[in-house]
Write a protein that binds this ligand. Structure first.
Ligand SMILES: Cc1cc2nc3c(=O)[nH]c(=O)nc-3n(C[C@H](O)[C@H](O)[C@H](O)COP(=O)(O)OP(=O)(O)OC[C@H]3O[C@@H](n4cnc5c(N)ncnc54)[C@H](O)[C@@H]3O)c2cc1C
Length: 289
């Protein structure tokens, strides 16, 4: 199928893009990498009156070291995140996850702003934003606001963005941790995840001092499992810890059955992934200087 008729504008600034969205009275759509939007247009699942193309706006694509966080411009492509030495050093879980995002051709075009705004519950970047407690900067007709990732994702494919707002930047706090892991199962490599977990650990003088845990594919939004983090830190570390941790993680989620997998199968996958992610993260933590 072909899209329904729409107007097209290519503004040179974020302000001009917002003006175009305001003028469309909620009927306009932002175009970034087009990897999710174009199929929706072609199937006529969305029929915007105007497409506001962000690709002509300079200065929206960058990965910047700000000391305690890495700031990423909304138009930064998935492939740039995958190949960035700064991301590899400062955001190792993101670095490990990016190669799981779709296929190379899609990663060459897809953007972080588009992925977050699309808010797919099985997409890596929304999960990473939740995991890192990222701060998402949004610009609209009334100026800029910054919102925590956990508040940004409201439901499956639904964020808190208003129709005339644009994601402009995402700040990812750097974790002062010693070991991490990202694990995912998809039907084929590059497909959306059926289940996935990210784990990061900080070593202290008397063992495990802090943990960060987030999952996706098992709820309508990515989830940071704060109580599982606390329970993990309180656990005695021995050979049984990964098994105990996996039971804790699975107890926190209740995925529904859907076209791709039953809820029970997703819980089974998450249990296996939790065990192996914790083993990997613990081994990395022990090896770390
Ligand atoms: C076959 C296939 C497999 C895929 N597999 C995966 C996968 O495994 N994991 C994964 O994470 N993703 C996957 N994707 C999605 C891909 O990562 C997309 O690139 C991404 O979700 C959307 O980014 P985009 O820049 O292409 O956004 P677009 O398609 O341009 O836009 C998506 C939505 O976000 C809005 N939008 C875009 N940018 C902004 C902004 N800055 N501010 C406000 N709104 C904005 C648009 O209006 C639209 O509603 C897959 C896509 C395809 C086609």
């Amino acid at each position: 199928m072909k899209p329904a008729k729409f107007d097209y504008v290519s503004p040179a600034t974020v302000d001009a893009a917002i003006e175009a969205l305001v003028a469309s009275n909620g009927e306009g759509k932002v175009l970034a990498g087009g990897q999710s939007l174009l199929p929706l247009l072609n199937f006529r699942m969305v029929r915007p009156s105007v497409l506001v193309d962000l690709n002509g706006i300079k200065g929206l694509s960058y990965i910047e070291d700000r000391g305690d966080c890495i700031a990423i411009g909304a138009l930064t492509r998935h492939r740039d995140l995958e190949r960035s030495p700064l991301v590899a050093t400062k955001l190792p879980v993101m670095s490990a996850a990016m190669r799981h995002v779709a296929h190379l051709a899609i990663r060459n075009r897809g953007t972080i702003g588009g992925s977050l705004s699309h808010a797919d519950p099985a997409a890596e970047l929304p999960m990473l934003a939740t995991f890192y407690d990222a701060r998402i900067s949004i610009q609209g007709p009334d100026g800029r606001r910054t919102i925590a990732a956990e508040e940004f994702f409201v439901d499956a494919l639904t964020s808190c963005l208003e129709p005339d707002e644009i994601v402009v930047e995402v700040e990812f706090p750097v974790l002062d941790h010693h070991g991490s892991a990202f694990e995912e199962v998809a039907r084929r490599f590059g497909d959306f995840a059926l289940a996935s977990i990210a784990v990061s650990l900080r070593r202290g003088p008397s063992g495990l001092e802090a943990a960060r845990v987030a999952v996706m594919g098992v709820a309508d939004t990515p989830l940071r499992l704060r109580t599982a983090e606390e329970e993990l830190v309180a656990m005695k570390l021995d050979d049984e810890t990964p098994e105990r941790f996996s039971r804790v993680v699975v107890s926190k989620v209740s995925p529904n059955d859907d076209l791709h997998a039953s809820g029970e199968y997703r819980r089974h996958l998450l249990a296996q992934l939790s065990k192996s992610a914790l083993q990997t993260a613990l081994a990395a933590m022990e090896r770390a200087p």
